[in-house]
Design a protein around this ligand. Structure first.
Ligand SMILES: [Fe+2]
Length: 230
């Protein structure tokens, strides 16, 4: 299994190429922005980009989809249906973050409408990439249509903005819901075995066991108080 991370966008988002070493089939999880290094890595390593797989529809995870699709027009584009409004609304997303239209271009947030999705991810499906098989798990809470991708035999899970090393995704943006996010993490991520490596959408990797042990948002006391300490 090949995993290559590119830290992109002003939000330091982890764009990843994940590939099957034997068949060279690959996916790009969350292309955050246009990146020549990303395109060169796929070509230089003779990978076949099968799909652009999106964990959710926020701009720092999908902003590079249009450019990557131009370089690899045969790649399918997959996202859960409940984040389609965010995806197709990409050009308007900077407004959601309070960036005035007049400043979007100067700040690097002017987006063309993204290409059509090929289809939607379904909760519970197994998505095959060569010999790799990703279990697709719908994890609403950060956004309505967030999914995580778990490669069970390789003991790896790609968690987007659901779960971070020592933290969880924010829930104050449209579609966010704190209780739902905690439930999603418990049901779909913490239910994996402790030795799974967790590849987060921002920041360093961690493990399921490590987060169970030390993530303050997942401790019993915090859950009982629903995050409200004061
Ligand atoms: Fe996000």
């Amino acid at each position: 299994m090949i995993i290559k991370t590119f830290v992109l966008t002003p939000f330091q988002q982890n764009t990843r190429v994940v590939a099957c070493e034997e068949t060279r089939k690959a996916i790009c999880i969350d292309p955050g922005e246009r990146s020549d290094d990303l395109v060169d890595f796929i070509k230089d390593n003779h990978l076949e980009l099968q799909a652009i797989t999106l964990t959710h529809g926020h701009l720092d995870h999908i902003g590079g989809t249009a450019d990557l699709a131009k370089s690899f027009p045969d790649a399918e584009i997959l996202l859960h249906k409940d984040d389609e409004d965010l995806y197709y609304g990409l050009p308007q997303q900077p407004l959601m973050m309070g960036i005035p239209p007049a400043q979007m271009k100067a700040l690097g947030f002017d987006y063309e409408p993204p290409p059509r999705l090929t289809r939607n991810f379904q909760h519970g499906e197994d998505y095959e990439v060569g010999r790799l098989k990703f279990s697709v798990r719908h994890c609403p809470g950060h956004t309505r249509g967030h999914v995580v991708l778990a490669e069970v035999s390789e003991r790896k899970v790609f968690t987007g903005d659901c779960l971070f090393n020592g933290s969880i995704g924010r829930t104050d943006l449209p579609g966010g819901n704190y209780e739902q996010l905690i439930e999603s993490i418990e049901q779909n991520i913490l239910s994996l075995s402790d030795d799974f490596t967790v590849y987060c959408g921002h920041g360093p990797e961690t493990s399921v066991g490590g987060e169970k042990e030390s993530n303050p948002f997942l401790s019993g006391a915090n859950r009982a108080l629903k995050g409200r300490f004061f």
